[in-house]
Design a protein around this ligand. Structure first.
Ligand SMILES: Cc1cc2nc3c(=O)[nH]c(=O)nc-3n(C[C@H](O)[C@H](O)[C@H](O)COP(=O)(O)O)c2cc1C
Length: 386
């Protein structure tokens, strides 16, 4: 990874600016003057087609698959840094064959105040952050010194456009996938004060329905966002996840449903989650892990991110790779022991081709990189070359 590379998501700009003007760096170059400068949909679609024709993989049939859908390489970018169709199209052109469209909601939802991304520096020599360790509670240094191996914190609060905006954009994003490439929508339910449990389930179903209307071939439901209360993640309540996935599955029928899980340290908790979701045929795959919650402090020991409720935030990137691999290994062992056939999407700290291999060896059917890809837009090409 070069220190001079411009991340495709600019951490020095607001989320809104990134949405309006991104992506940046090599991702922007691969788009040329498209989309942002008012190029028509047909022209943009033609440009994508032409670039796909030039891609190596277009000469051959896709050799691998993702939940039964042919893909060139089961590698891509997970929910988060790909904010809209311009980002996902650029990702496809840069060789990421799986692109997850950032988590959407049933209604427009604002972003946490700027800044949303800080560099984090765990104390250990290897830069690894252990989930639920004293360091996570005492404070991890967070600042603007972005350096390799890259570890960051992201604090967005899962913003979403209104469905009237994201639905047509998501549909365009799907249409611009090249041969052997797949757009995966991510969604989650939204809570508001006074909401009943039944209304919360219904909000998931409504959002899944809106996603289905875009023509999704597979979808991912986020049960693990630490930004909505680090002790109140949905995936810490497996029976509730079971109820929600049952309702969602009734809505989406045969479309494969993946759920995004945070790191679950306890084997019994993980097995129970698997039994009440995949074991009941409600879920076809697990994508894991999301970020690891930690208190973030500046070099004076003060709260690093401004504002109430932001003393803790989610850490991702190189610091969390051992935790991601651990979840994948345990899910793969459970799959074997319980005789189930769910898919596993390995996420967390992938920054090199060797990391991709490590996740596949651990049992992941597909691998994704958010932080690593942000700082290395050529990562997919490097993995294909390797
Ligand atoms: C900028 C950014 C935004 C993210 N937003 C979301 C999101 O909206 N939904 C979600 O499920 N995960 C989100 N994530 C978490 C990633 O999908 C991923 O689980 C996590 O970053 C670990 O992968 P990494 O170490 O490759 O970054 C986000 C991550 C980043 C870096």
């Amino acid at each position: 990874m070069s220190e001079n590379i411009t991340p495709f998501y600019d951490v020095d700009r607001t989320y809104e600016d990134n949405y309006a003007y991104g992506p940046f760096g090599a991702f922007a170059e691969t788009l040329g003057g498209d989309a942002k400068d008012g190029v028509s949909d047909d022209q943009a679609a033609r440009a994508v087609k032409e670039s796909a024709v030039n891609a190596d993989e277009s000469a051959t049939e896709p050799k691998e698959s993702f939940f039964g859908i042919p893909v060139n390489l089961p590698f891509g970018i997970p929910a988060g840094p790909l904010l809209n169709e311009r980002f996902t199209t650029a990702a496809f052109r840069m060789g990421f064959d799986l692109a997850v469209y950032k988590t959407v909601r049933s209604r427009a939802w604002g972003c946490n105040p700027f800044p949303n991304v800080l560099a984090v520096h765990p104390k250990s020599d290897d830069g690894i952050l252990t989930p639920n360790s004293d360091e996570c509670d005492d404070g991890v240094l967070a600042d603007h010194r972005f350096a390799t191996p890259i570890s960051i914190s992201n604090s967005f609060g899962v913003p979403s456009q209104d469905p009237d905006v994201w639905q047509p954009d998501m549909q365009r994003a799907m249409e611009r996938a090249g041969k052997g490439q797949l757009l995966v929508p991510s969604f989650q339910g939204s809570r508001h004060d006074g909401m009943t449990a039944a209304e919360y389930v219904a909000d998931h179903v409504t959002t899944a329905h809106l996603v289905m209307e875009t023509g999704a071939k597979v979808m991912e439901m986020n049960t693990s966002c630490p930004n909505e209360g680090h002790n109140r993640l949905l995936c810490h309540a497996p029976d509730q996840v079971s109820t929600i996935t049952e309702a969602v599955k009734n809505e989406i029928g045969d479309t494969p449903l993946i759920i995004k899980l945070a790191y679950l340290p306890n084997d019994e908790d993980l097995e129970y989650m698997v039994r009440v979701t995949a074991g009941r045929g409600l879920v076809q795959g697990f994508s894991t892990i999301n970020t690891i919650s930690a208190k973030l402090v500046d070099d004076h020991g003060n709260q690093a991110l401004p504002g109430a409720g932001r003393d803790r935030s989610g850490v991702c990137g190189a610091a969390i790779k051992p935790s991601g691999l651990d979840m994948v290994r345990r899910l793969a062992a459970l799959r074997e022991r319980l005789g189930l056939d769910y898919g596993i999407v390995g996420v967390g700290g992938v920054t090199t081709p060797a990391d991709y291999d490590e996740y596949r060896t651990a049992g992941a059917d597909a691998v994704m990189s958010a932080t690593g890809a942000m700082w290395d837009p050529f990562l997919a090409r490097q993995i294909k070359q390797a």
